[in-house]
Design a protein around this ligand. Structure first.
Ligand SMILES: [Zn+2]
Length: 201
């Protein structure tokens, strides 16, 4: 195969869940398609990379300084859900069951991989709780060991605030990623969340 096709396949293989075979299939498929499709794909990639930034408040992806969820007047600003990545926020948004606001941590604590408290948006989380009318923080992290450690860490640093800290119900936190949870599990996780500290709902 030509160098250019090889390069394209190698680039596609960097995408999640794309193995060598699928990368080649995609590359060859694109070659057979109309040129316009390739231009559209390339243009959309560059535009997304250039226009999308972090929301100044919740740190999800946004094209404006404050994202559409943070700037909406229809959200319950007293409830804040802490998630690991923007994709988790999107999963919850798609379920349509959560009406609060979010805070994207940017990862979970993993000292072995160099992810320490400083590299997450924990300080920003504390600042938000000090300045926003938040009454409950729901820790919406997955169930990995790192996520568990991070959840404990967060509940500890939030102890100084007069708020309720809760976690998603067991079904979700027992080792499942938000990304793979179905709507029923998400519903259950939200409705049956358990309080860790700070009173009762
Ligand atoms: Zn936001």
């Amino acid at each position: 195969m030509t160098d250019s096709v090889q390069r394209l396949a190698a680039a596609l293989q960097k995408l999640p869940s794309v193995g060598e075979k699928s990368a080649w299939r995609m590359a060859l498929h694109l070659l057979e398609q109309d040129e316009a499709i390739s231009y559209e794909l390339a243009h959309a990639l560059v535009a997304a990379k250039q226009k999308v930034r972090r929301c100044d408040r919740c740190f999800t992806w946004s094209e404006t300084a404050i994202c559409s969820v943070c700037s909406s007047e229809n959200r319950d600003t007293t409830t804040l859900c802490v998630v690991e990545k923007p994709r988790d926020m999107w999963v919850l948004e798609q379920s349509g069951r959560y009406r609060g606001v979010y805070h994207v941590l940017g990862g979970v604590l993993s000292p072995m991989n160099g992810i320490t408290a400083d590299s997450l948006t924990l300080e920003e989380l504390r600042n938000r709780i000090s300045s926003e009318p938040i009454a409950e923080v729901i820790i919406g992290l997955g169930g990995s060991n790192e996520a568990e450690t991070t959840a404990h860490y967060i509940s500890r640093i939030l102890q100084e605030f007069p708020i309720t800290v809760s976690r998603f119900a067991r079904g979700l936190s027992a080792g499942m990623d938000l990304e793979y949870a179905d709507r029923f599990t998400l519903d259950q996780a939200l409705n049956e969340r358990r309080v860790i500290t700070g009173g009762y709902r």
